[in-house]
Design a protein around this ligand. Structure first.
Ligand code: ATP
Ligand code: MG
Length: 412
């Protein structure tokens, strides 16, 4: 197996001033090509630290992608460190200097010592012209590793990877085992419960591995199958998908790119049904989610944000004594909001939610994170009490999902 390593350089990265976006971008693309990254190292702009990182990588990795420190400034000395690690001198790369001279003279500038420094590369390195910027990319072998040195500027790095790096790895990509991933998107089931439901699955399907990731409030299961024969890998992935869905049940709402809103939209479409929302603490989040898929106007008819009690009464039409008696954060209020919205918008289904987003509570004394959701539809009304107990943002997001999930389950 080809061992791939990334080295990201820069003080800014380790001071937390900029986030390393280059690495995940590269990792995703390398993994998709069957060359998953085994290790990533982040180092400061410090000669001994960079040399040590390069030396270690040269002992353990086959492909090493180094980013940053190829510029003309005093903190750019990756090429110098590469030469020191390989035990070769730096030498002037004339074509790079010529290209730099042309580029600069076009802008009325003359080449200075800094620019000359930028054209210095380790002796024996293969220089690859950088049409996205001034610092050249270069490739060289040190120890076990084939090293690729790239500028840190994301636009330049991405352009050079697409045009120069990936094509240079074509042989390795062709020889790499096939790897296909499918994500099952779930809602309303904890990661631990998913783990239990899927226990034994990797043993049942050879070459399968199961992983988990969370994008709250959703939990996603990753099914990865590796092998050498494409048809066989696809078939195994299909088998694993069917088995996993059977075990997870209705908590799994979609696969890969199919979002929660896509799933609900598909069900509404199939039922030729329309929907509207009446929302208090979510203030339109339910409607915003429903409106995500293109063509949502086929089923989403409208939404009413009834935030203040007075609006719940005057616009939505809740009976005055109801709020006084039960409170706005109550089962009775949620059901009545859904019923009124269903009538007001003339739709098949209406979802509603009311609750305490926080951080402050209300006079009712119920804990922050208490939410009531309701669904009103042709076969009746239902309501549910939830307790989320997170901070404001998450309480609102969880409330919207809970309200919409009742609709999804009704339509299944
Ligand atoms: P330059 O010619 O701009 O000096 P360079 O190859 O020397 O290019 P760096 O100096 O390390 O690269 O980084 C230049 C800029 O690119 C940084 O200031 C930062 O904004 C961005 N950058 C560098 N590394 C990364 C990274 N890993 N992820 C995201 N952005 C990065
Ligand atoms: Mg720089």
């Amino acid at each position: 197996m080809t061992r791939v390593e990334l080295i990201a350089t820069g003080d800014e990265l380790l001071n937390g001033v900029i986030v390393d976006t280059n690495s995940p971008w590269l990792m995703e693309r390398l993994a998709a090509r069957g060359l998953p990254v085994a290790q990533k190292v982040m180092v400061r702009d410090d000669r001994p630290a960079i040399v040590e990182a390069l030396r270690s990588a040269s002992l353990r990795s086959d492909i090493v992608v180094v980013s940053g420190g190829l510029g003309p400034t005093a903190d750019d000395f990756t090429a110098e460190c590469a030469a020191a690690t390989a035990g070769v001198p730096l030498e002037l790369h004339q074509a790079t200097l010529d290209a730099l001279t042309v580029r600069m003279s076009k802008r009325g500038l003359t080449v200075g010592e800094n620019n000359r420094r930028q054209a210095m590369v380790p002796a024996g390195a293969t220089v690859i012209a950088n049409r996205f910027g001034t610092a050249p990319m270069f490739e060289m072998t040190i120890g076990r590793g084939r090293f690729f040195f790239l500028p840190g500027v994301p636009r330049e790095l991405m352009g050079l990877c697409e045009e120069e790096l990936f094509p240079r790895l074509a042989d390795l990509v062709a020889a790499a085992p096939l790897r296909r991933v499918r994500y099952l998107r779930c809602y309303g089931i904890a990661e631990s419960a998913l783990d239990q439901a899927l226990a034994g699955l990797p043993e049942a399907v050879a070459g399968l591995s199961v992983s988990f990731r969370t994008t709250l409030p959703e939990n996603h299961v990753g099914l990865t199958v590796t092998g050498s024969d494409a048809a066989e890998v696809d078939e195994k992935l299909q088998t694993a998908t069917v088995m996993a869905r059977e075990r997870i049940g209705t908590a799994c709402f979609g696969v890969d790119g199919q979002t929660f809103a896509d799933a609900i939209g598909g069900l509404l479409r199939r039922a030729r049904a329309t929907v509207a929302t009446a929302e208090s603490l979510t203030a339109g989040l339910c409607a915003a989610l429903l409106a995500e898929p293109p063509g949502a106007s086929d089923y989403l008819k409208g939404a009413l944000v009834a935030y203040a009690d007075a609006v719940k009464e005057s616009v939505l039409g809740l009976p005055v004594d109801l709020l006084a008696r039960e409170g706005a954060v109550s089962e009775a209020a949620a059901v009545e909001m859904a019923r009124r919205a269903r009538a007001l918008f003339g739709v098949d289904y209406a979802v509603a939610c009311t609750g305490l987003a926080g951080p402050a509570g209300d006079a009712s004394g119920q804990p922050v994170g208490t939410v009531f959701t309701a669904l009103s539809g042709p076969s009746g009304d239902e309501t549910k009490k939830h307790f989320f107990g997170f901070e404001r943002d998450r309480n609102r997001r969880f409330a919207a999902y809970a309200a919409l999930d009742a609709l999804r389950r009704r339509l299944l």
